[in-house]
Each structure stands twice: as structure tokens, then as C-alpha cells.
Design a protein around this ligand. Structure first.
Ligand SMILES: [Zn+2]
Length: 346
């Protein structure tokens, strides 16, 4: 999506340059989903490999190394990510770009994996054992780090414990609490900022997004996910789902589950999580973060529900999120989630 930093990343880029003199073996970029972490890490990787980086640390964009990098065939660079991201446009990574059309047929045959698997980590050892091109550095970019399954995490940990010479690992993560503490302790953490509302709005307007403020609020201020949502066909689904949440009830829950069973369950859980958060926030301090459009409904519901019940609902929503990628039956999963929700108001 982008060959340059996002407007809100200039300051943090300068901060990162201070690490260059004594570069750690592994840097973990972390922050909210949809703020451009992967693009940022990728630009940093390119600049580390560039033969003539500019004074501000940016890659030159014209040397042979930059040429290979931009075509994804630099001999000293490896990108490790779940198979499911392979169909996406090269530089958007976890940040939700448009799906490319190149791999659609392969995808149809077998559902692409959402995990980073041990074979992908093992495949790095060959790469790390050969000498680098022109005695430079070797860079591995891995994202999102929370996609590492347990076996892959452990394999990566071994590598990070005995880092190969001249090799830099760049990891990117949306949720540090889903990473092994041992991996965390081997990486230098680097926090990536959420843009200010003005910066995010300006960027979304540049992309010609209509109702940018609505999308941005729903995505908690993350402009790239706001952009992706605005381009998806999911608007009607979100509205249908939220409309149901405004009128909790058993019949509605069953109907809604039947109707939305093809929607990715993790997304539904995410929408409901935000909704519950808004209810909670409104009850406690009268503010709404994600769904200001629904203020009236949220206010009415907040008056009917107990704070303790909301806290429990938020907790079980977190637990659901953890298993939402692989529900045994999407429909039953959604039904249960919505019936639990309705019970809070009974
Ligand atoms: Zn260059």
C-alpha cells in the first residue's frame, strides 16, 4: 500500500535511528492493529540492507539492494508470516490491505494457514548459515508474532538465544500478551504510536474514505483497519449485528446467529467486545469510544445492566476471542455468545 512512512511515523522513525549504532539482535515493534507497524518495519529492513542509506536513515530506493528488496528477492532478506497473508498486497502485512488476486485459485483448494509454523522457522536456518551478500547484514521480518504456534515459538526462541552473526530479527505484534515471555525477554521492545485523531482523519480523507470519523471511531483510532473496513462489504453485516445488540432477546439471537453464521466469528466477537466496552464505559463515566452513533441505545442498555454482569461479559468475551478462529460450529458459537448477552438484560 505504501512505499513510505505514514505521516504519524516520522518521530518514531527518528527514535529508531538512535538504535542503529548498536543494533539489537531482535526488535519487537508493538502497538495496536492497523497503525502501520509492518510497513514501518519493512522500510526499516530495507534501510538496513540499503547500500547508500540517506542521512535520515531511509533507504535510497535506487541501489541494487533496494531494487532486490522491492521485488522481494533480496538474498539477505526473509519475510516470515502466515500463509493466509500471502495473497495480500506485498507491503500491507497485518494492516489489512486489499487482497491480491494472484493466489485465489491456490487458496480455494485448501484454507491457508493463519499460523506461522515450525517449518517456516526451520527454513531460516539454511538462510542463516550461508554467508551474506557483500558481507552485509541479514534481516528477518516476522509478523504478526502472535501467529507463531507453540512449536514455532520454541524454535524461534532457540535462534534468538544463540543469535547468528550479522542477523537482525524484526518482529511485529498487535498483542504482546499473546507472546511467550521468553520471546519477549529476547527482544528489544519498540512501541509504535497510535496517530492523533487529526492525523488519522487527514490520512483517511486522502484515501477518499467516506464517513471517515465513523470508521475511525469503530476501529479505536487505527486508520489502516478503518480503511480496510470502509472498503469491505461488511458494513451491512456490522449494522445488522449492532442492531441486534441494541435489542437483546432470545428470538433475535437465534435469528442473528443463523443469518451471520458465514461471517468470520472473530470479527463478530471483536464487534461485540467493542460494544460491551462502550456499555461499560458509558455506565461508569458516560463516554463512548467505538460506537458514538448508537449513543441512545447504549445509554438505554447501560441503565438496565449491572456493572458486575458487564465485567463478566467482557471477561468471557476475551476468552471467546482466544478460540474464535476455530469454532467447532460458527452458528452455535454465535448463538451462545448472543444468548449470554441477552441474559444480562433479562
Ligand atoms: Zn538503497
Amino acid at each position: 500500500m505504501s512505499n513510505s512512512l505514514f505521516p504519524w511515523q516520522d518521530g518514531v522513525w527518528q527514535q529508531l535511528q538512535q538504535m542503529r549504532a548498536r543494533l539489537p539482535h531482535a526488535i519487537l515493534f508493538h502497538g495496536a492493529e492497523g497503525i502501520g507497524k509492518t510497513v514501518f518495519a519493512e522500510l526499516f529492513a530495507q534501510s538496513l540492507l540499503c547500500e547508500q542509506p540517506q542521512a535520515d536513515g531511509h533507504a535510497c530506493g535506487v541501489c541494487a539492494s533496494c531494487g532486490w528488496f522491492m521485488q522481494y528477492n533480496h538474498p539477505d532478506y526473509r519475510r516470515v508470516r502466515p500463509e493466509i497473508l500471502d495473497g495480500e498486497d506485498a507491503s500491507d502485512g497485518d494492516e489489512g490491505g486489499e487482497a491480491g488476486d494472484g493466489k485465489k485459485t491456490a487458496k480455494a483448494a485448501k484454507a491457508p494457514s493463519k499460523e506461522i509454523k515450525i517449518d517456516q522457522i526451520r527454513a531460516l536456518s539454511g538462510f542463516m548459515n550461508i554467508s551474506t551478500h557483500r558481507q552485509g547484514q541479514r534481516v528477518v521480518l516476522l509478523y504478526p508474532a502472535e501467529a507463531l504456534n507453540t512449536a514455532a515459538s520454541n524454535a524461534l526462541l532457540k535462534t534468538l538465544e544463540e543469535p547468528p552473526p550479522n542477523t537482525v530479527f524484526l518482529l511485529s505484534s498487535n498483542s504482546l500478551d499473546r507472546l511467550l515471555p521468553t520471546i519477549l525477554s529476547r527482544c528489544r521492545k519498540f512501541a509504535m504510536p497510535l496517530p492523533s485523531r487529526e492525523q488519522a482523519m487527514a490520512w483517511l480523507r486522502q484515501q477518499d474514505v467516506k464517513d471517515a470519523d465513523v470508521w475511525l471511531a469503530e476501529q479505536g483510532g487505527a486508520p489502516l483497519t478503518a480503511y480496510a473496513q470502509s472498503q469491505s462489504e461488511g458494513r451491512e453485516l456490522i449494522d445488522e449485528f449492532l442492531l441486534h445488540l441494541t435489542k437483546p432477546g432470545i428470538d433475535g439471537a437465534l435469528k442473528c446467529a443463523e443469518h451471520l453464521q458465514k461471517t468470520p466469528v472473530a470479527e463478530l466477537v471483536g464487534w461485540q467486545q467493542r460494544w460491551l466496552y462502550d456499555l461499560f464505559s458509558f455506565k461508569l463515566c458516560g463516554t463512548i469510544r467505538y460506537y458514538p452513533r448508537y449513543e441512545k441505545a447504549l445509554a438505554g442498555l447501560a441503565a438496565k445492566v449491572e456493572t458486575g454482569a458487564l465485567l463478566r461479559a467482557l471477561k468471557s468475551s476475551n476468552e471467546r476471542r482466544a478460540i474464535a478462529e476455530h469454532p467447532l460450529s460458527a452458528r452455535l458459537f454465535i448463538e451462545e455468545m448472543l444468548l449470554d448477552y441477552a441474559a444480562m438484560f433479562a
